[in-house]
Design a protein around this ligand. Structure first.
Ligand code: KMH
Ligand code: ZN
Length: 321
């Protein structure tokens, strides 16, 4: 709980600041089923900041500061939590720094990050565009807190990121059975409709919360513009309890500002953006997290703690006390 000033009607009927309380995590649930979709655009209390530090697209040789080894990833996770992140979206790399879905390495990574941080650990089930669907399903064996679940096939630059509905459904049901909370990745407006279809067919995720992330600005997906993001937000099903947004490349700042102004949460990181400012490459993921945290505080929506993020998403406690 934290105190904050809120505008409300005073005894004389005039608008005046008044004291109120806000439960950063609990308040998110208020934007759910009873609220008309437009209510979802009102600013909320705290901000979940997710970091996606590595991705599967950038080569280590092109960007030596990209965290690709386990040691680099753990160091990044610790630094990003200190900077204000509460969730980490992980893609792993093999010994040659190539994208990997190696089950042993995935499990080792989850354990190492869990030992050193209290971040919500989300494994990517998207992998890279060449990963076979069957292999992507095995990611859940590593027992993360959360997994990404992309709600449809999308053009991805010159490639195709394949997510047929039967695959989505299989992944979703496995996540339900294993009590892993999915984050629904929405690259396009059509993905919002597919999310609705998934929930209608299979019910709510483990924990009952529905958290989505709009990934905007991918060439082939929805553009990284405030208008496109708000169209997506307005179309969200009522079951959605929280939403976040990511702007790939140069759209990262306008999308972050739009999300903060509209009640959304944030994802930043070198998976999505390698340029901090014109002519200035990102040196470390924690720079992007720090800036997002500063923006969030400026907007009176300070970063959620990992404890608050866990409550927001209803993740299962897997850490050993
Ligand atoms: N690497 C992209 C093809 C996810 O992590 O689930 C897919 C992706 C989405 O990054
Ligand atoms: Zn990813």
């Amino acid at each position: 709980m934290r105190g904050f000033a809120r505008w409300g009607k005073g005894t004389a009927g005039r608008l005046q600041p008044r004291c109120g309380r806000d439960d950063a995590a609990g308040s998110m649930t208020a934007m759910t089923n009873d609220s008309p979709p437009a209510m979802q655009t009102l600013p909320r209390a705290g901000t979940l900041i997710a970091v996606a530090p590595t991705g599967a697209e950038t080569a280590k040789s092109d960007c030596p500061q990209l965290p690709t080894t386990l040691a680099e990833l753990v160091e990044t996770a610790v630094a990003c939590q200190a900077a204000g992140a509460s969730l980490i979206h992980i893609h792993i790399r093999d010994a040659d720094h190539q994208p990997s879905l190696d089950p042993f390495l995935l499990r080792e990574t989850v354990q190492a990050v869990r030992e050193r941080t209290s971040l919500v650990i989300q494994l990517s089930t998207g992998g890279n565009v060449h990963d076979p669907l069957e292999k992507r399903l095995t990611v859940l064996d590593a027992e993360p807190d959360s997994c990404s679940l992309t709600c449809g096939t999308t053009n991805f630059g010159d490639d195709v990121f394949l997510n047929p509905f039967p695959f989505m459904a299989q992944l979703y049901q496995q996540a339900q059975e294993r009590e892993i909370v999915p984050e629904f990745e929405l690259f396009d407006l059509g993905h919002v409709a597919a999310l609705r279809r998934l929930i209608d067919a299979y019910g709510l995720p483990f924990g009952g919360k529905v958290h989505v992330d709009f990934i905007t600005g991918v060439p082939g997906g929805m553009p990284g513009t405030p208008a496109a993001l708000m169209a997506g937000v307005q179309a969200l099903p009522r079951d959605v309890t929280s939403w976040a947004a990511t702007g790939v490349g140069r759209s990262h700042l306008p999308i972050a500002a739009t999300a903060l102004a509209s009640g959304g949460h944030l994802r930043v990181g070198m998976e999505d953006n390698l340029i901090y400012a014109k002519g200035r490459p990102v040196q470390h993921n924690d720079e992007l997290v720090s800036r997002a945290a500063d923006l969030a505080r400026l907007m009176q929506r300070p970063p959620l703690t990992t404890h608050e993020a866990r409550a927001l998403l209803s993740v299962k406690e897997r850490r050993i006390a």
